[in-house]
Design a protein around this ligand. Structure first.
Ligand SMILES: [Cu+2]
Length: 154
């Protein structure tokens, strides 16, 4: 057996303590999303499928692609909504902005992959969708004002 110096033992103890404290904190309710991520993923009340191609957003509605316009998507506030976004060509971003123009969430949209996020809207209104990842000269026009209507829930 290797004989350890006293200092080595102290350092080993500090590292072990750090590992225990770090795991305890990151698994505890101190981190708000731990409950969702590890213990009970929320069951989405609605799944919204969006397809991105040619620098445009489409709502996938029963196998049919509808260009995203104001109010195309309608969801309730205060319930989990799952967005599944796919791309047929480039890497894009899917960013959602509240009626005051503040970003509420965004995710990267990788081609040929189901990019998904679950979100609970906490206030009603019309939310704007914008690509949040540069995707070429047409990128600035990847913007649909008021695409998501969030209806006041209980
Ligand atoms: Cu873009």
């Amino acid at each position: 057996m290797v004989k350890m110096e006293r200092e080595e033992k102290i350092w080993l103890g500090i590292i072990a303590l750090f590992a225990i404290v770090f795991n305890a904190v990151t698994l505890s309710p101190l981190v708000p999303w731990v409950h969702w991520d590890i213990f009970s993923p929320p069951q989405p009340a609605k799944v919204i499928r969006i397809e991105m191609k040619d620098h445009k957003f489409f709502l996938v509605d029963g196998g049919e692609l509808k260009p995203l316009k104001a109010g195309t998507i309608s969801v309730e506030a205060n319930v989990p909504i799952k967005f599944v976004v796919t791309s047929e060509d480039l890497t894009y971003g899917f960013g959602v902005f509240d009626p005051e123009g503040r970003m509420v969430f965004q995710m990267q949209v990788l081609p040929n992959y189901e990019n998904s996020i679950v979100w609970i809207f906490d206030k009603p209104g019309y939310y704007t969708v914008r690509s949040t990842e540069y995707s070429g000269p047409e990128h600035p026009y990847m913007y649909v004002e008021g695409a998501i209507q969030v209806k006041g829930g209980s």
